[in-house]
Design a protein around this ligand. Sequence first.
Ligand code: 4NP
Length: 154
Amino acid sequence: MRILFVCLGNICRSPTAEGVVRDKLQRAGLAHRISLDSAGTGDWHVGKAPDMRTRLAAQRRGYDLSTLRGRQVEVADFERFDLILAMDLSNLQQLQALRPGTAKAELDLFLRRYGQGLDEVPDPYYGGEDGFEQVLDLLESAADALIDELRGRV
Ligand code: 4NP
């Protein structure tokens, strides 16, 4: 099974989702069954490491995002992945516009499927430190729910 996480810049939310889910999959012994990636709808940060604030906040909780690099979503992703999980409604709308009619991948909001309350992961880029902690809180909880579901499926 292949899962792609998508946000706007691919330097804050989606690399955090990728890193958190990968860490939890490893702990659950499921890492060999599922491949993960992340991408942005925008192209400003292609080739860049995640935002320093994102990396530091993740590192404080034990997640290493330093080897990840930004890339932009492409039409081929709809064939490469089984499930594409967007961070907010704007990301989802961009993906829906890009999605070919024959696309294999299922497309949804990460938190609509696996969150508890909020449907969107708020964009932390222009805000303060709290935003990065909130992103981690939301993504850790959704990652746990995703992995619970995968345990029954893979
Ligand atoms: P992300 O956050 O979508 O969670 O990676 C952002 C990163 C960069 C920008 C916006 C959001 N930006 O405008 O450059």
